[in-house]
Design a protein around this ligand. Sequence first.
Ligand code: HEM
Length: 171
Amino acid sequence: MSAGAPLFRAFVALGALAVLAVLFFLIEPGDAYYWIKALHVIAVISWMAGMLYLPRLFVYHASAVAGSEKSETFKVMERRLLRAIINPAMIVTWAAGLWLAWYGFAFKGGWLHAKIVLVFVLSGVHGYLSASVRNFAEDRNEKSARHWRIVNEVPTLLMIVIVVLVIVKPF
Ligand code: HEM
């Protein structure tokens, strides 16, 4: 598959989001906020599902012998999970989240600023996992199964704090 394919899919996801947003405005401008919020939560669930599953695959992949059938199967699973789910879901989460932050809150609020900072950290973890998919694909992973078990907990912790911030809005 060419290197441009994930980028192309990302643009398709963004385009679809823009079309949906315009449609929501045309149908019922007052309801657009809730539709975009629903889209945001659906994208968040998909992104998090992938972010929790990918390092779990790495735990098993790290113990598989390079070149074995098992290892090759993990490579396909990891690549598809990243390209088909995690990458597009992250883009839709960001696009819809930024729109909600602008339209609903004019980017004001301590909880919102803290949330955005934590989502930057989560996106950094995403970048690390994405680079690790490439390392595994080229049989260059040197990290242990234990390392991936620990990495697995990072998105979980970030997600808990992010959800509390947006729902409780403590400051
Ligand atoms: C930079 C990216 C993001 C921005 C700017 C953002 C911003 C927002 C905003 C403004 C809302 C509406 C809050 C309200 O109506 O009270 C919202 C809802 C929500 N966000 Fe995000 N968000 C982002 C990423 C995330 C992530 C990564 C998660 C989870 C891990 C998440 C979880 C949620 C949830 C669960 C809601 C629904 C809250 C409710 O309706 O009470 N968001 N987001």
